[in-house]
Write a protein that binds this ligand. Structure first.
Ligand SMILES: [Zn+2]
Length: 495
């Protein structure tokens, strides 16, 4: 008898700790189907979309598809009636550098510019020799406003190079690195590709700031000081750096800056009694385009990254539209936004957060989806899972709601690995939600982890696990539903 009572008691406890499902939420979540997701993804991640690189034709086609989808659903275009929020960007061409040792023009095979920036015409500066650029050597040298030549250590890294950082701090205008060995010079030439321009930015690059360094051959270094590399090397070894007579260098770096047009695509569903407050659901629809190197298929389809999130947003939009049609529309408004420029540095979401269409102080949450169609090696055979990142960073309520909603409806295994503040991958800062979080708007980021096809042409539709994609999408739908329909706005209780 006692045993039975205990069992009944346990069942009772279960039913109160696991909230009742809302039949409406269940009904509209059911409109999110694998077939629908697959149909849309087969378009978004097709070869015809050419990898959806920001500013390129494929991105524009994907944008047109998403805008047409929002229009078909009957969502409003919230940007003065349009679905398109223009995101003006800038790109720079490969730098063209000319360089003179005194008045002798160096040839293109004598130097490599490993940096970026441009000058306003030709600059002539005094050039000082700084040995290996050590603290001891720099102590006695005035490099402020000057050009500086240092002996380039073999295999020195360009990023976080202490010599470069130190010289810049002391006011060096431009830095030259003399490379002793031919092989090292050749190795560095292959790295020059990285500085061939083509990056995108929201701000117009200004002339004057030259980053990185110009590496020169041993012979060219000799030419600068009317001596030989060996003598420079010896001066450094003998601690007689200041005995090397300053020379002069003339250089110009030209880089053309041009505008690139891209766009975020926004669809808006107006709420009812709390329509001034906005729930935002985001995914980036851009990807990395067509690879310039490699054999065979070069189109980076980005089926998982982030075609999966994009079609997830479309499916969630469709479910809410259906609910609204049947008189069950959300109390708060919902903005469905697929953003551009994520792969170029979270540019589309950064632009939105600086030029919001709806006031940020009325924006209650951003649910961001970036890759939810695959498994990573750590979950090869696991139960359905998703990495959940950021839910507890700004709002304890959001975290509680996210956990409870999952238990009630989806029962996914939530993996919080990447949510650890000290995780070296710093995922919290690496997708579009970050541009909301930094404005103190609570966010949740949904992610499936990194797999072998990440940023490769093999990130294809046929590798997507549509059952998982549907489960994860439904989970985001339920969280959006709860947040949009609850009585109180989520409280931000953390910073
Ligand atoms: Zn992504």
């Amino acid at each position: 008898m006692k045993r039975i009572i205990t069992l009944i008691h346990a069942l009772f406890l279960c039913s109160i700790s696991f909230a009742q499902q809302n039949p409406d939420a269940v009904k509209y979540a059911a409109t999110i189907t694998q077939d629908d997701l697959k149909e849309n993804l087969s378009i978004i991640a097709s070869d015809a979309m050419e990898g959806r690189e920001t500013g390129k034709r494929g991105q524009k086609m994907a944008a047109a598809f998403i805008a047409a989808y929002f229009e078909d659903l009957g969502l409003k275009g919230p940007v003065s009636g349009s679905y398109y929020q223009p995101v003006p960007l800038f790109t720079t061409s490969a730098p063209v550098v000319s360089l003179k040792a005194g008045t002798t023009e160096l040839t293109a095979d004598e130097f490599i510019f490993l940096g970026s920036g441009q000058t306003a015409g030709e600059m002539t500066l005094p050039l000082v020799f700084a040995g290996k650029g050590s603290d001891a050597e720099l102590e006695k040298l005035d490099v402020n406003g000057k050009a500086v030549l240092v002996l380039w250590e073999a295999n020195a890294s360009l990023r976080n190079n202490p010599v470069l950082t130190n010289l810049r701090k002391k006011g060096a205008k431009i830095i030259f690195g003399a490379v002793e060995k031919k092989e090292e010079f050749t190795r560095l030439s292959s790295m020059a590709r990285r500085f061939m321009g083509g990056g995108l930015s929201l701000e117009k690059p200004e002339s004057g700031n030259i980053s990185g360094a110009i590496v020169v051959t041993a012979e060219a270094a000799g030419k600068f000081f009317n001596t030989t590399y060996d003598k420079l090397n010896k001066a450094a070894a003998d601690k007689k750096v200041s005995k090397v007579k300053p020379a002069s260098v003339a250089y110009s770096i030209a880089q053309t800056v041009s505008e690139v047009r891209s766009e975020n695509i926004l669809g808006f569903l107006e709420g009812t009694d709390k329509k001034d407050e906005v729930v935002v659901v985001t995914a980036h629809y851009d990807h990395i385009g067509i690879s310039t190197r490699g054999e065979g298929d070069k189109i980076n389809n980005g089926a998982d990254d982030d075609g999966s999130g994009t079609v997830g947003v479309l499916a969630i939009a469709k479910a809410f539209v259906q609910a609204k049609k049947e008189g069950k529309g959300p109390r708060r408004s919902i903005l469905f936004m697929t953003v551009t420029g994520e792969e170029k540095g979270l540019l589309g979401s950064a632009y939105y957060s600086e030029h919001p269409i709806f006031p940020l102080d009325k924006t209650v949450v951003d649910l961001n989806i970036d890759m939810i169609g695959r498994r990573d090696p750590a979950h090869k055979d696991s139960a359905p899972y998703v990495y959940v990142i950021g839910s507890d960073r700004l709002s304890s309520e959001l975290h509680t709601l996210s956990e409870a909603t999952n238990k009630t409806y989806s029962n996914l295994a939530f993996d919080y690995l990447y949510n650890a503040e000290d995780h070296p991958d710093r995922i919290y800062y690496r997708s579009d939600h970050w541009n909301f979080a930094k404005k103190n708007i609570p966010i949740i980021f949904y992610f499936d982890g990194v797999h072998e096809d990440y940023h490769r042409p093999s990130d294809e539709v046929d590798k997507i696990e549509f059952d998982l994609l549907a489960l994860r999408t439904k989970n985001v739908f339920h969280v959006a539903w709860e947040i949009a329909n609850r009585e109180n706005r989520l409280v931000v209780d953390k910073k």
